[in-house]
Design a protein around this ligand. Structure first.
Ligand code: NZQ
Ligand code: ZN
Length: 383
């Protein structure tokens, strides 16, 4: 196992009816900015629960944070927060609202252009404390330091500064009942691929991390169909929600080697073709696994055996079968695995490849061997 430090201070408040605890989670005396997206929280009752819980607090609101949050919108929120001397930010929404709110939190303290935190990897200079009420299990943003922000055709992320951890995140599985099937499918695939990107790499003798990763994958495979097909099923929503958080809160990724090439390529597909984040991963991952199957052979065989119970056939056959079952799983959730589903064609591929290379000038993947040519091969095979 590799050396690591694991520090995660997020207070997770999980379960039915927990939103009312907001009144004690945020100290009285804070001046709060509540941030949210396009209005789903007003239709599903989450907004009313938040406002009721904060009835004795001092707060203002900023709505309209888009899916794949836009820099300009976040900077408007930042200006408002500075003008109103906000001391606490409360994000109520999915990954986009939480990521966007983390960006507002750091932009408020940045003396240079805050975009440079993403484009030039400038260190942050401070962060206003934030908390979250999660409404869409998918990204893990509620328990990690990540923030992905878009500006035109640029979609960039920053990860790793502990000041960007939420102070708390409320996870009430009942708030997911209003999610459309498409977002549920996106969230399951996103969580699944977060695990694969930290697990299907090189063996560093980390059996605990491996088994935790496999447990999340197997739980998603078991619960996913119930999440999609059984209406308002609390148990499956709760299990899915906790899987999504555990998939990207740093725990299974400690001491092991990561990949993240699928995410880096996927971000460009969102930027150029507007495909939802989770759906881009289903397009890239199976193809990437086929292209990289020799380097990933040991872990792919372990995945085939332990997650999909495949023990017959040659190693190559077992690996191919595991990839096919992964694709079938994504497709069963209503998430396509081929670029043609979004009308993305061969002539679109070079732009995606060039944009990945311009944002990340080094090769991708755990072996640093995914160069422009390989990205092109991965995408061509996903057509
Ligand atoms: O905007 P509203 O009206 O709230 O609607 C949202 C949005 O349209 C809707 N929604 C959310 N909760 C709902 C709901 N609709 C009904 N009922 C509810 N309970 O769902 C739509 C999508 O929301 P969004 O927040 O965009 O989705 P997601 O959580 O998948 O977040 C995607 C963003 O997170 C980034 C992605 O790149 C993308 O920008 N990621 C962040 C990561 C991180 N912080 O660690 C890692 C991920 O890999 C990812 O890159
Ligand atoms: Zn993701």
């Amino acid at each position: 196992m590799n050396n690591f430090e694991y520090y995660n201070p997020v207070n997770i408040v999980f379960g039915k009816g927990q939103i009312k605890k907001l009144k004690d989670l945020i100290p009285r005396g804070e001046k709060i900015l509540i941030t949210y997206g396009g209005g789903s929280i007003k239709r599903n009752g989450v907004y009313d629960q938040v406002i009721e819980a904060l009835s004795d607090h001092d707060f203002i609101e900023f709505g309209g944070i888009e899916a794949n949050p836009q820099y300009e919108t976040l900077m408007s929120a930042c200006e408002l927060a500075k003008k109103e001397q906000i001391s606490f930010l409360l994000a109520v929404g999915g990954g986009s609202v939480i990521d966007g709110t983390k960006f507002i939190a750091v932009a408020m303290h940045h003396s240079d252009d805050p975009w440079k935190i993403l484009s030039q990897r400038q260190s942050i200079q401070g962060a206003t404390p934030l908390g979250s009420v999660l409404t869409l299990p998918a990204t893990g943003s509620e328990m990690n330091t990540g923030s992905v922000v878009s500006r035109g055709k640029e979609k960039l992320g920053c990860f790793g500064d502990p000041r960007m951890y939420p102070k708390f995140s409320i996870l009430d599985p009942e708030v997911t009942y209003s999610l459309p099937e498409r977002q549920l499918g996106n969230g399951i695939v996103d969580s699944y691929v977060h695990v694969l990107e930290q697990y299907l790499t090189k063996d560093v003798n980390s059996p605990l991390q491996d088994r935790m990763a496999e447990s999340i994958l197997k739980t998603l495979i078991e619960e996913g169909p119930k999440v999609i097909h059984v209406k308002d099923d609390y148990a499956s929503r709760a299990n899915f929600m906790w899987c999504a958080t555990m998939a990207l809160n740093g725990l299974i990724g400690s001491g092991v080697i990561h990949d993240w090439a699928t995410h880096m390529i996927g971000h460009e597909i969102t930027a150029f073709h507007g495909v939802d984040h989770g759906r881009t991963l289903a397009l890239v991952m199976p193809s990437l696994l086929r292209v990289q199957k020799e380097k990933k052979q040991n872990k792919l065989l372990q995945y085939a055996d332990r997650v999909w119970n495949l023990s017959n056939g040659t190693p190559d056959e077992r690996i191919e079968q595991a990839i096919i079952l992964t694709e079938d799983f994504f497709n069963s959730l209503g998430v396509p695995t081929k670029l043609r589903a979004y009308n993305i064609k061969e002539e679109d591929i070079n732009t995606i490849v060039e944009s990945v290379r311009s944002h990340i000038p080094v090769n991708l993947g755990e072996n640093g061997d995914i160069d422009g040519e390989k990205i092109k091969t991965i995408l061509m095979q996903a057509l």
